[in-house]
Write a protein that binds this ligand. Structure first.
Ligand code: S3P
Length: 429
C-alpha cells in the first residue's frame, strides 16, 4: 500500500517564519495543517505577517513578508499552544526585532525549559523577563537591533536553540557562532541559504559548529514545497517493520534530509527491510520514497551521535523493541525528559501498564522484547508522539491497546488514526 503523510512540522514553521521576514511574496505549499503550524502562523499574523488560512490539502499559499525589521508590536500575548519549535524560534526572531511581546503556551509548553534560548539571547542584548516562573513561559521579550555578536557553546544538541540564535543573528544583524555537542537537524541552515543568508556548517571540537558571519540586510522570498514529515512517516515505517502491514508500506513524498533519517537506520539494524529513493538530491531538502517490509526483529543499542537524528522517533524504537528478540538499550537521550512530556517516564509507565519488561535509565531505557501479546490502556500525557507510538503498538498483530487521548496527535499529524485504520483494514481484507 502506498501512503502519504502531512507536511514536515519543523520545515512548516521555519518556512512561515522566514517568509514573514522576507521582502516580497513567498509561495509555500505542502505545509502541515495541524495544531503546531496553526499556532506559529497565528503568532506571526499577530506580528503583522500576511498569512492567510493554512490549507488542509497542502495547497499553495502566498505569504506577504514584512522584511527583517517589520514585526509590529502585538496587542495580546502570542500563544504558541503546544509548539516548542514555534516558541523558541520566535523568541530568536523577536530578540533582534524592535518590539516587545509576551509569549505563552499550553500547560505542556509552560513546563518546558526556555533558559537554553533566553540565556544566549540575553547575552546578545535582548530583554527576557519571565513573568511567572524562572526559565518557563510566559515570558516577555524586548527585542533590540542591532544585537551584539555571540559565540555560544550549547550544552545540548538542539535544532531549536541553534535556529533561535541564527534567527536572532538575522533580525538583529549580528554575527553568531554556535557550537553544539552533536549535529542536530539542519533545516534552518538549508532554508537560510535559500533566502540568501549563508551559514557555514562544519565539525568542530568533537561536535558541530554553525556560523552566521555576515547577516544580510534583507532576505529573499521563499518558493518552497514542504515535504512529508519523516517523523510522521516513521509511525508507518514502524507499523510495517513490526508486521502491521504484511506486504509492507511505501511512503511517498517524504523528507529524506540525512539529519532526520537515523530511525530508518535503526529499523535496518533491527532486521527490517528498508529502502529509500531520493527524487532530486540537489533540492533544498531531499524528498523521496521510503519502503519498509516486515522481518523478524532483534534488539539493538541506540545512543551517541545518532540520537539527535532520531530524537522524535525514540518512542517508536521503544515500542517496537517490545516485539523484537532480546533487549533494546536506548541511552544518551536525556533530552526526551524535556519534550511535550517526559517521554522516558511516559514510555516506561505505559510499556509496563501493557505488560512489557522495561528498565528506566536517567538518559534512556532498556526494553525486553517478547512474543506475548500486549494489552491495556495508556496515558498519553497530552503528548502527540506518545499517543501515536502506542497507536502503532496497538495495531501490531495480537496487541490490544487503548489510548486515553487520541486527539493529542493533531498537533503534528491530523488524520493519523484514520490512516492507521485504513492501513490495518486493508490488511484484514
Ligand atoms: C525540532 C527540534 C527538536 C525536535 C522537535 C522539533 C525543530 O527539538 O524534538 O520536535 O523543529 O527544531 P530540540 O531542538 O529541542 O532537540
Amino acid at each position: 500500500m502506498r501512503i502519504r503523510v502531512p507536511g514536515d512540522k519543523s520545515l512548516t514553521q521555519r518556512a512561515l517564519i522566514l517568509a514573514s521576514l522576507a521582502e516580497g511574496e513567498s509561495r509555500l505549499s505542502g505545509l502541515l495543517f495541524g495544531g503546531d503550524a496553526a499556532s506559529t502562523a497565528g503568532a506571526l499574523r499577530m506580528l503583522g505577517a500576511g498569512i492567510g488560512p493554512l490549507p488542509a490539502d497542502g495547497g499553495e499559499i502566498r505569504v506577504e513578508g514584512l522584511g527583517l525589521r517589520g514585526f509590529r508590536e502585538p496587542e495580546e500575548a502570542l500563544d504558541l499552544g503546544n509548539s516548542g519549535t514555534g516558541a523558541r524560534l520566535l523568541l530568536g526572531a523577536l530578540a533582534g526585532s524592535d518590539v516587545r511581546a509576551t509569549l505563552t503556551g499550553d500547560a505542556s509548553l509552560r513546563r518546558r525549559p526556555m533558559a537554553r534560548v533566553t540565556e544566549p539571547l540575553s547575552l546578545m542584548g535582548a530583554g527576557m523577563a519571565f513573568l511567572e516562573e524562572a526559565g518557563r513561559l510566559p515570558l516577555e521579550v524586548r527585542g533590540a537591533c542591532p544585537l551584539s555578536p555571540l559565540e555560544w557553546h550549547s550544552p545540548v544538541a538542539s535544532a531549536q536553540v541553534k535556529s533561535a540564535l541564527l534567527l536572532a543573528g538575522l533580525t538583529g544583524s549580528a554575527f553568531v557562532i554556535l557550537h553544539e555537542p552533536r549535529r542536530s537537524r539542519d533545516h534552518t541552515e538549508r532554508l537560510f541559504t535559500q533566502v540568501g543568508a549563508s551559514v557555514l556548517s562544519h565539525p568542530a571540537q568533537g561536535g558541530w559548529q554553525v556560523e552566521l558571519r555576515d547577516p544580510p540586510q534583507r532576505i529573499e522570498p521563499l518558493d518552497f514545497r514542504v515535504p512529508g514529515d519523516p517523523s510522521s512517516a516513521a509511525f508507518f515505517a514502524a507499523l510495517a517493520a513490526g508486521g502491521g502491514a504484511r506486504k509492507g508500506l511505501v511512503v511517498e513524498g517524504v523528507g529524506l534530509n540525512p539529519t532526520r533519517t537515523a530511525f530508518l537506520d535503526v529499523l535496518r539494524r533491527m532486521g527490517a527491510e528498508v529502502g529509500t529513493e531520493v527524487e532530486d538530491p540537489e533540492a533544498a531538502e531531499p524528498v523521496g520514497t521510503v519502503r519498509v517490509s516486515p522481518s523478524p526483529l532483534t534488539g539493538v543499542s541506540v545512543g551517541g551521535d545518532e540520537v539527535p537524528g532520531l530524537i522524535d522517533e525514540v518512542p517508536l524504537v521503544a515500542v517496537l523493541a517490545t516485539r523484537a528478540e532480546g533487549a533494546t538499550r536506548i541511552t544518551g537521550a536525556r533530552e526526551l525528559r524535556h519534550k511535550e512530556s517526559d517521554r522516558i517516564a511516559a514510555l516506561v509507565e505505559n510499556l509496563r501498564a501493557l505488560g512489557a519488561e522495561v528498565e528506566e535509565l536517567d538518559d534512556g531505557l532498556v526494553v525486553q522484547g517478547s512474543a506475548g501479546p500486549l494489552s491495556g490502556r495508556v496515558s498519553t500525557r497530552g503528548d502527540h508522539r506518545i499517543a501515536m507510538a502506542f497507536g502503532v503498538l496497538g495495531a501490531l498483530p495480537g496487541n490490544d491497546v487503548a489510548v486515553d487521548d487520541p486527539d493529542a496527535a493533531d498537533v503534528s499529524f491530523p488524520g493519523f488514526w484514520a490512516l492507521l485504520r485504513s492501513v490495518t483494514r486493508q490488511e484484514r481484507a
